[in-house]
Structure formats: C-alpha cells, structure tokens
Design a binder for this molecule. Structure first.
Ligand code: PHB
Length: 382
C-alpha cells in the first residue's frame, strides 16, 4: 500500500513540480573593460548565495542568462531590451556603471521588470527614478563620499582637491564628499576630472602638485583605480599629500597596487577584519567555491541574491506580485557579510560606513566612520 501511495504521489506531484517554470535571472554586467573584475565578483557572489539555497527561490529553480554591458551607456538600452524581450527574463540583475544602470532603471520602470542593482551607485535610481520594482543591494555614490567628507574634516584638512572620472559616479561621490566636508568647515578648492575610462592622469597630478592642497579626495574603481594609485605614488605625491578615497579605490585591487597602496585611508560599507559570524562563513564559503578572497562587489552580489530570495519567497515565486515583493524586502533585516542592514524608503541600503586603512593586502576596518548612513533619496516619490 505504501509503495502504491508513493508511486501515485510521484506520478501526481513530481510532474506538477517539474512544470513550475524556471526563474530566469538576467545578469547585465561588465565582463570586459576597466570594470570586468567587478562584474565577475558580483556574479560569483550572487551564484554562491543561490547555490546555498539549493539553486531555488520561491520554489522555482533558477536559470541564468548573461549580457556583457561593456560599461557602455550607449549600448545599455539595447542590451537590457534584449534580456527582457528576447530572453524573457523574470528578473534583471545589473550593473556596475551608473550610466548603464540609469538606462536599465528606465526600461525596468517602463516594463515593470524587477531590477536589483548590485553595484552602480547612481543617485537618480533611488531618487527621482525610484520605483516599487527597483532595488539596490550596494550603496549610493553619495554615501561613501559623505562619510569621507566627515573623516577628512575631522583629520584637520582645510583645503582639498578632488579628482575623478567625469560621469554620474564620480560627480556624485565628489558631491557627497563636498557636502559633508564643507558642512564641517572644509573647502573643496578644485574639482579635477577626466572622461571615463581614461587613465592619462599625469597632467592632473602635475596640477595637484602645483596647488599643494591639504589632501586629495578621489573616486576611481577597477583597472583605473589600480593605475591611479600607482601614478599618484610615482609622481611623489603620496609622501606629501594624503590621498583619501571612496573605498573602491583599494577594493579588489590591492594585489595589483602593491606597496603603492600601503596606508591609504578609504570609506566603504565593507572591509577586512569585520568581526561578525556571517562574514566569517561567507568568506570561508567564497574561498572554497572560487579559491579567492571576496571583495565588496562579491558581497553586493551575494546580498542582491538574498534580497531576491526574500522577495520571491514572500510572493511564492510570482514576480508579478510587486507589492508583496516590495513589502518583504522593505521590512527585512538583511544578514549581510558587511553587517546586517535594512533597505530605506527609496530602496537603497541604510548601512554603516567603515573607515579602512590598507595594511598589507587588507582594507583593514579601523573605525565606523558614519553609523547607519541613509542616502537622502532626494526626489523619490514611490
Ligand atoms: C558606478 O558607476 O556607480 C560605480 C562603478 C564602480 C564602482 C562604484 C560605483 O566601484
């Protein structure tokens, strides 16, 4: 009798379960160019979490499709439309570059496709472009900049020069820095920039040497950050003018920067030596899966997957239940390797900003620069 019931159950239940369609996740990330390593780490972090869940969320098995967005805003709308219209993805996960992310957010908003941004800090996507179906697992460009503005002022800098790539991420990172720094009595005396992803820093470094500010604040990331830190040291500036950065300057880059990064101070929502059990287990699992040490991008990918799971477990795998998904994510405490965080009203993480110092191959956390920092979400009406 038992075997008969089991046979019937198999016949009735299994085919039904098998029919439940797979959940198609579309990765739109940079797999080439200056941000290639960042895209790779995000995908690895995301897959690690899903593997830990047995490859399913909301009762649905996951299937991945990928597009290399090349960090090129000009190709972004076509790329995201390919994922939505050609590949019929249920969820979009991307991207690194703010300009590309804004194009993704526009399409996601128009189509109602669930979008989780695992890096790009474009202020607009959790500002004027905010929407019920758009979430960010990372940061806003304003956040690390703002935290460093407070640190620089506290450390006694009065006149600072900023240097970055001229696009949303650089502008907004400098904007956050300037807001906090000037509120605390400092002055940004010159804002230098060059087009993304150029790395001809020499003329700008010559200008910095001539101005002789108390400190320099910078946003660079990926391959560009490696070269900037090396060029800053080679120009002899490291010895005389402190270089402060948003933490991307030294995250995932220390191997390539070597001694030229030693001692640098940066602010970010992740770092090395955090004393929390989640980070310890995450690092061990990442090391085992990929034989590599995770960086901030891997954490953001992992947490994007956690947020997707929280939303879809609440909606039982139904991506059309937007209000249920949003409510679940908005009310969750996300158990991140960075430390637990919540998602604010504009769908951006509310999180501690750490002050880190490069010691050997680590971005060692030495203090909390700003506790539970929320992006102001200016212009967001949900
Ligand atoms: C961005 O374009 O928003 C961006 C890119 C790389 C980073 C951080 C922000 O590391």
């Amino acid at each position: 009798m038992k075997t008969l019931i089991a046979a019937l159950a198999t016949a009735l239940v299994l085919p039904a379960a098998a029919q439940s369609p797979k959940l198609k996740v579309g990765f739109m990330l940079p797999y080439s160019g200056t941000y290639a390593a960042l895209g790779d780490a995000i995908e690895k972090g995301f897959r690690l979490y899903m593997t830990e869940q047995g490859g399913r969320v909301g009762g649905r098995e996951i299937e991945y499709v990928k597009v290399d967005d090349e960090s090129d805003p000009a190709k972004a709308t076509d790329n995201v439309n390919k994922l939505i219209k050609r590949d019929n993805v249920d969820v979009l996960v991307g991207t690194v570059h703010s300009g590309v992310a804004m194009a993704m957010a526009k399409v996601a908003k128009d189509n109602g496709t669930l979008l989780i941004i695992p890096n790009a800090g474009a202020v607009a996507v959790t500002g004027p472009m905010c929407a019920q179906n758009i979430f960010r697992s990372s940061f806003s460009n304003w956040q690390p900049g703002y935290a460093m503005g407070e640190v620089a002022a506290k450390r006694g800098a009065k006149k600072v020069v900023t240097i970055t790539w001229k696009y949303a991420a650089g502008d907004e990172s400098v904007g956050g820095f300037k807001e906090a720094f000037e509120k605390n009595g400092g002055q940004v005396v010159k804002e230098l920039s060059l087009p993304f992803p150029n790395v001809e820093f020499q003329p700008l470094l010559t200008e910095i040497a001539a101005i002789k500010p108390d400190a320099v604040y910078t946003f660079f990331a990926g391959g560009g950050a490696v070269k900037f830190v090396k060029d800053y040291a080679a120009a002899g500036l490291k010895k005389t003018i402190p270089l402060y950065g948003a933490g991307f300057l030294t995250d995932g880059t220390l191997e390539a920067q070597g001694a030229d990064a030693d001692g640098l101070l940066t602010t970010l929502h992740y770092g090395d030596g955090l004393d929390n059990p989640k980070d310890k287990s995450f690092r061990a699992a990442y090391q085992k899966a990929y034989n590599a040490v995770p960086d901030v991008y891997a954490v953001q990918g992992y947490d994007a997957a956690q947020m997707l799971a929280i939303g879809l477990n609440a909606s039982k795998g139904d991506v059309s239940k937007k209000a249920e998904i949003a409510k679940a994510i908005e009310t969750a405490k996300i158990d991140s390797p960075r430390g637990a965080f919540t998602i604010g009203a504009s769908h951006n993480p509310v999180q501690d900003m750490y002050l880190r110092q490069v010691i050997g191959k680590d971005n060692k956390v030495i203090a909390i620069a700003t506790k539970a920092l929320a992006d102001p979400g200016r212009g967001c009406k949900m």
